[in-house]
Design a protein around this ligand. Structure first.
Ligand SMILES: Nc1ncnc2c1ncn2[C@@H]1O[C@H](COP(=O)(O)OP(=O)(O)O)[C@@H](O)[C@H]1O
Ligand SMILES: [Mg+2]
Length: 236
């Protein structure tokens, strides 16, 4: 489980006060949380806190019984920008991750096959399309078997079909590793409604709100509930 208890953070040079203000959240294994909210409300800052890249000024972040006080293999982040190491081939990028795991259950060839990239194993990132790079990057993250995967607008530039393939891969991974949970930061309501099991709307300097739906609710109902939650929050 991922637990945030009264987490606050201010940038040292931040003149506008709290970037993240008193955020509390519990995410259980197996959940895929869509996190949305207006630009500047603190989503990326929160992601950096969860990954241990930043330390909270107040409050605590735990994954299972471990307090997050620095980067850890238990939490992996994927950004919108390219994350593969350009000086390594696609398969070498994944191999490096597998070497960091004591008893890896994955292997590079199988992972690349699963996502339809076996033909690109020996290519360098500069030789891959954006969608191929992103799929490769997700493979590298999954190879690490993290408990928490944070996607910060990571799937934004993917075409719909590639995004579906990435989600299918993530869901298969979660079936194999039931302790895994995902935080999906996005402005794409359809992505949240289709792929997430929960949705949280973040508002600067106000408590976060959970959109009230059941995971199996109809797509249109989910989208309309997220929309009214965001717009309602803007009016507040
Ligand atoms: N490196 C930084 N230094 C100072 N302030 C920052 C920095 N990064 C972000 N901020 C500020 O923190 C707030 C939250 O930013 P961010 O977490 O990037 O929001 P979001 O991802 O929701 O768009 C914004 O007011 C932003 O201007
Ligand atoms: Mg951001």
């Amino acid at each position: 489980m991922l637990e945030l208890a009264h987490v606050s953070f201010t940038y040292p040079e931040g003149k506008a006060g709290f970037a993240v203000n008193d955020v509390s959240l519990e995410v259980h294994p197996d959940q895929i949380v869509g996190l949305t909210g207006r630009s500047g409300c603190g989503k990326t800052t929160l992601a950096n806190l969860v990954c241990g890249y930043f330390r909270p000024d107040r409050g605590e972040i735990r994954v299972g019984s471990q307090t997050i006080d620095g980067p850890t293999q238990r939490v992996a982040m994927v950004f919108q920008d390219d994350g593969l190491w350009p000086w390594l081939t696609l398969s070498e990028n994944i191999d490096v991750a597998l070497k960091a795991v004591p008893a890896p259950v994955h292997n590079t060839v199988e992972m690349l096959k699963e996502i339809g990239l076996e033909f690109a194993a020996e290519l360098y990132p500069s030789q891959l399309s954006g969608g191929m790079k992103k799929r490769g990057e997700i493979c590298r993250v999954l190879a690490l078997e993290p408990r928490v995967i944070v996607l910060d607008e990571a799937l934004k530039s993917l075409d719909y079909q590639t995004r579906c393939e990435v989600w299918a891969m993530l869901r298969r991974h979660m079936l194999r590793h039931p302790a895994t949970l995902v935080i999906n930061i996005t402005h794409d309501l359809l992505d949240i409604a289709e792929n997430c099991t929960r949705c949280i709307v973040m508002v600067r300097d106000a408590p976060m709100s959970e959109v009230d739906w059941r995971p199996d609710a109809e797509l249109e109902q989910k989208i309309s509930k997220i929309r009214s939650s965001i717009l309602g929050a803007a009016d507040a």
